[in-house]
Ligand binder design. Structure first.
Ligand SMILES: Cc1cc2nc3c(=O)[nH]c(=O)nc-3n(C[C@H](O)[C@H](O)[C@H](O)COP(=O)(O)O)c2cc1C
Length: 166
């Protein structure tokens, strides 16, 4: 089984760029970075650690391609695998900031995969998010590449370093 696979959705390219940066940090080859728009959900099972990333759109929803992909993935048996999550958003949408990250994690909780890659909420400012799974803890890496692009690189570095240890 391959170690890391990255599965992202994007509408305007930001989450694709973050997926590439995460791939670079973890040494993941281009062939193992998948746009979910043209990937079968069963490909998740090829990887020991599958990393899923989606922007948040509408009233706090996953991007549409990720929504479809997750629909197909929910029935998979992913026991023995690990899942990690990241997302991009805009913290001026303060009640649904990066909510897709929490939605993805919740939707895949019945697959039997162990979920890793929780991230410390310190340094973020917004009101609410489905990604906050416990006080001060996010289900994954949250990035606001619209308003705070300078924070992306250090957060990606910290998150990928922690992932490698898990
Ligand atoms: C119509 C619209 C709705 C959005 N809704 C949210 C939202 O509810 N929460 C959030 O954090 N970001 C929201 N965003 C911001 C996007 O998630 C953010 O720009 C993201 O980085 C886009 O990723 P992409 O370029 O990969 O598509 C919204 C953006 C648009 C245009």
């Amino acid at each position: 089984m391959k170690k890391y696979g990255i599965f992202y959705a994007t509408s305007t390219g930001r989450t694709a760029r973050v997926a590439s940066a995460i791939a670079k940090a973890l040494g993941v080859a281009d062939d193992d970075v998948h746009n979910v728009a043209d990937t079968a959900p069963s490909v998740l099972g090829d990887y020991e650690v599958a990393i899923l990333g989606s922007p948040t759109y509408a009233a706090g929803d996953m991007q549409a391609n990720m929504d479809d992909f997750i629909d197909g993935a929910q029935a998979l048996d992913l026991k023995g695998h690990k899942l990690a999550f990241f997302g991009t958003g805009d913290d001026t949408m303060a009640h649904t900031f990066c909510s897709a990250v929490g939605d993805m994690a919740k939707a895949l909780s019945a697959t039997g995969a162990v979920q890793i890659g929780e991230f410390d909420a310190k340094g973020y400012v917004f009101d609410d998010s489905e990604a906050e799974i416990a006080p001060g803890v996010y289900a994954g890496l949250l990035l606001d590449s619209v308003n705070h692009p300078e924070l992306d690189a250090p957060r990606i570095a910290a998150w990928t370093a922690a992932l490698r240890d898990e």
